[in-house]
Design a protein around this ligand. Structure first.
Ligand SMILES: O=C(O)CCC(=O)C(=O)O
Length: 217
């Protein structure tokens, strides 16, 4: 995707979003026409996991994933989360181009990406933290969004508690636009849960790619 190489990295306007233990950076560097092309390329190239890899374990019970998912990465990488072990398939060209784009704008060479496709507003992702032991906690997670704009919701872990440990803390909501990049910098994933709630009225599809750096084993 040569058009990504033409984006002037120096003119990207980053917005910083901070709170206690929360450190996010957001920008919309990919023009809509390029974002649409990448979306179509991904639609034509990617095949999503089926069978057990399209299921998730919640409180010990197995459910079908409420979205489609696939993962890519450097050879030999696997990623364990929510009771499943996801193998990293070899990088397809349009996903590799996005990894190169992140290297250009942030200087980080990611080695793994989880791709989630939300077919419409019914597809969603529940509250979780990306704090699995496989991840290198020193690196930010970089989230690229394409297609239907959706709301990303973050809640502090103490705001989810009950009783005397509960703290009243505002929820942080960010509309992730088509062509946007959200950087979740450390220590965000230690303290804040995030989710992508259903939006039943939204009919458009969205593809999100969260690029991650794994611990060297
Ligand atoms: O689709 C999104 O924006 C959220 C993705 C996410 O939370 C994840 O990949 O861990």
């Amino acid at each position: 995707m040569d058009k990504l190489k033409n984006i002037d990295v120096g003119s990207i306007k980053w917005k910083s979003i901070k709170d206690e233990g929360l450190d996010l950076e957001y920008c919309v560097p990919i023009p809509i026409s390029t974002a649409k092309n990448i979306f179509m390329e991904l639609e034509n190239t990617l095949e999503y996991f089926t069978g057990d890899l399209a299921k998730i374990k919640v409180f010990g019970k197995v459910h079908p994933l409420p979205r489609q998912q696939v993962a890519f990465g450097d050879p030999g990488i696997t990623y364990k989360y929510s009771g499943i072990t996801v193998p990293a398939l070899p990088w397809p060209a349009p996903v590799l181009a996005l990894r190169e784009f992140l290297l250009a704008i942030k200087g980080i060479k990611y080695d793994f990406v989880l791709v989630n496709k939300y077919r419409d507003g019914n597809d969603h992702m529940g509250e979780h933290r990306d704090n699995e032991p496989d991840l290198d906690p020193e690196y930010p997670i970089a989230s690229i969004s394409l297609g239907q704009e959706r709301t990303f919701v973050l809640k502090h872990r103490d705001a989810r508690k009950s009783g005397k440990d509960k703290r009243v803390m505002p929820t942080v909501k960010i509309n992730l636009e088509n062509g946007s990049v959200l950087m979740m910098n450390p220590p965000t994933n230690e303290f804040w849960y995030h989710s992508l709630p259903t939006r039943k009225k939204l009919l458009g599809a969205r593809i999100n790619l969260t690029f991650r750096k794994m611990k060297i084993k």
